[in-house]
Design a protein around this ligand. Structure first.
Ligand code: GAP
Length: 446
């Protein structure tokens, strides 16, 4: 079997595990699904919430210099003219005259023929059209009249909500430059070629932070944020050998950026962008200032003159980071002739932190286990399971990414200790319920 086939096979296995265990389901599945749209199931919803909390804590709560924001998805349509998205947020699109499939010109190499997915476009003999510019913003209408005056856009990035609130946040929080504004929220792009499960979708969530600095300090802060974001992935437990930086060349730079680096991850389908760190200069505030005639310049007693702050942006995809956790955590191990699947998620973000399992369904063990579950679930998301052989129950939890299993056995009833099994080392340590509480707290929060 070729390595490529193996790699495709890996994505199939992850998609199937996600469905089986309740991480991610196809959207509107009973209607046949909707291309590129996905729903997060019970485990996926917990994982996503934990991931967002992990980002929010690192980017806002643990710092004095970043404020949070939750701006509306629908914004004044003029915002998108001013930001340059109406004119420039385009991808070059080409069509196959034979099979009518549509491709992004810059992703042609990665695309598959519409009729023969084993072939690349043109390999099947089809002829391609010239490239045309295709704007990626979703449009809809605001209010009861559907004409050009009521056109409104679904935001393609959360960043603009931050820029238009720059003055509001600065004045209400009394932050001084350098400071940042962070936001997590949905963004929409009418992608020409969505795909690779949740990697490129038309509806997705971003975790973005805009850091406002004096123009003379832009490069210093750009480097600072590259380092911070790199450390964040390390703390998240990603295999760092699978991450790298990619610097944007002049032909790749977005219309607003002076310099940009992507954090890339090595997915089964190749190295791809996970997060962008951009030096957006005074482009955004400058444009909004000109369009609105509102003074968005900054001044305090440290500076002689007013200036338009430069912006260093860190822009991560929430769904894409979640997919990265799943790809990175997926592992298969042969145990006693059987292939066992492990989802090695860090305890910090794992949807279920521990399972509480009575060894057998008798001799007072379930009653004891229920009490342990009730006690610990006040602090942690746990799962109680008494059905089936203990090995099967461990296996189910391993696939669900649960880092610890707490087993109540005969000795528990004598000395009040129970085993805590570590999913990755498979080691079992006896602890009391108080010790388990401390142990879980450290593993999740330290
Ligand atoms: N505000 C800057 C900005 O939006 P971007 O590089 O276009 O920059 C930032 O997007 C991040 O958003 C990407 O690194 C990726 O993680 C995520 N993202 C972008 N388009 C996406 C899509 N179609 N599906 C899933 N995630 C996407």
């Amino acid at each position: 079997m070729s390595s490529n086939k193996n790699k495709n096979n890996l994505m199939d296995k992850i998609v199937s595990l996600c469905k089986r265990r309740g991480f991610i389901f196809p959207s509107s599945e009973i209607y046949g699904g909707l291309t590129s749209c996905w729903d997060y199931g019970p485990l996926g919803a917990e994982l996503k919430r934990n991931l967002k909390d992990f980002w929010w804590k690192a980017m806002t709560r643990s710092r004095n210099d970043i404020e949070g924001l939750d701006a509306a998805i629908l914004m004044h349509p003029q915002v998108w003219h001013t930001s340059g998205h109406v004119a420039e947020f385009n991808d070059p699109m080409i069509d196959c005259k034979t099979c009518k499939a549509r491709f992004r010109e810059d992703k042609l190499e990665e695309s598959q023929c519409g009729r023969k997915p084993s072939k690349k476009p043109t390999e099947c003999g089809g002829e391609l059209t010239e490239a045309r510019q295709f704007n990626l913003m979703f449009k809809t209408f605001m209010g009861p009249v559907e004409d050009s005056s009521s056109v409104i856009y679904m935001r393609p990035e959360t960043a603009q909500g931050i820029y238009v609130n720059f003055l509001n946040v600065k004045n209400s929080s009394r932050q001084k430059i350098p400071f940042g504004i962070a936001q997590i929220g949905k963004a929409f792009r009418n992608e020409i070629t969505p795909g690779n499960f949740t990697f490129r979708t038309r509806e997705f969530e971003q975790m973005e932070m805009q850091f406002f600095v004096h123009p003379s300090e832009d490069e210093k802060w750009f480097e600072y944020w590259r380092e911070e974001r790199w450390k964040w992935y390390e703390e998240l437990g990603i295999n760092m050998a699978k991450l790298r930086w990619h610097e944007h060349g002049p032909d790749e730079l977005a219309h607003y950026a002076k310099s940009a680096y992507d954090v890339e991850y090595e997915y089964p389908f190749g190295w791809q962008e996970l997060e962008g760190v951009h030096n957006r200069t005074d482009f955004d505030l400058g444009r909004h200032m000109k369009a609105t005639k509102k003074d968005l310049r900054y001044q305090d007693d440290r500076y002689k003159e007013k200036f338009i702050p430069y912006i260093i942006e860190t822009s991560a995809g929430c769904d894409r980071t979640l997919l990265t956790l799943l790809v990175d955590g997926y592992d298969e191990v042969e145990i006693k002739g059987e292939i066992r699947v492990f989802m090695r998620l860090s305890a910090k973000v794992a949807p279920i932190k521990a399972a509480v399992l009575p060894l057998v369904k008798k001799e007072g063990m379930p009653e004891y286990a229920i009490k342990v579950h009730e006690e610990l679930k006040k602090k942690f998301k746990l799962f109680y399971d008494e059905s089936g052989a203990i090995g099967r129950r461990y296996a189910r939890m391993d696939e669900a990414g649960c880092p610890f299993c707490i087993t109540i056995d005969g000795d528990t009833l004598i000395d009040n200790t129970m085993t805590v099994r570590d999913r990755d080392s498979m080691e079992q340590t006896r602890m009391t319920v108080e010790e388990i509480e401390d142990f879980l707290d450290k593993k999740i929060n330290d």
